[in-house]
Design a protein around this ligand. Structure first.
Ligand SMILES: [Zn+2]
Ligand SMILES: [Zn+2]
Length: 123
């Protein structure tokens, strides 16, 4: 593993947020000032191929990266576009029972209004 790749992974694992490639690049540059944008993008693609991280296509805006490729669902706030992990093991088991076979992979994005946005709208 290269130093660049280790740094990218460290940045991603240091936050529960799902960062865009540009956000990862901005943080990487603070620690490694001469790192190139292309290096960050290339490493993210390789890490995605190796299933070390996952790329998430967003309803709006650029793709974001997930620090784990382990299956889980997401809550997506339609107002502030925040993304939160949710465990969906029980849901997947129910689906498997319904379809009578194993679910191999899935992408689940649940749209909602996050607590902060709900509070703001109530005021
Ligand atoms: Zn929100
Ligand atoms: Zn996630």
């Amino acid at each position: 593993m290269t130093r660049q790749r280790a740094l990218i992974l460290e940045i991603m694992r240091s936050t529960p947020l799902h960062l865009t490639a540009d956000e990862i690049f901005a943080q990487a540059r603070l620690k490694m000032p001469n790192i190139a944008r292309g290096t960050v993008y290339r490493n993210l693609r390789l890490m995605e191929q190796d299933r070390e991280v996952a790329r998430l296509e967003m309803p709006a805006g650029p793709d974001r990266y997930d620090r784990t490729a382990a299956p889980h669902g997401h809550l997506y706030c339609d107002c502030c576009h925040s993304l939160t992990d949710i465990p969906v093991v029980g849901l997947v088991r129910e689906l498997e029972a319904a379809i009578g076979t194993e679910v191999r992979s899935y992408q689940l994005t649940v749209h909602y209004l996050c607590p902060a946005c709900r509070q703001q709208q109530a005021q």
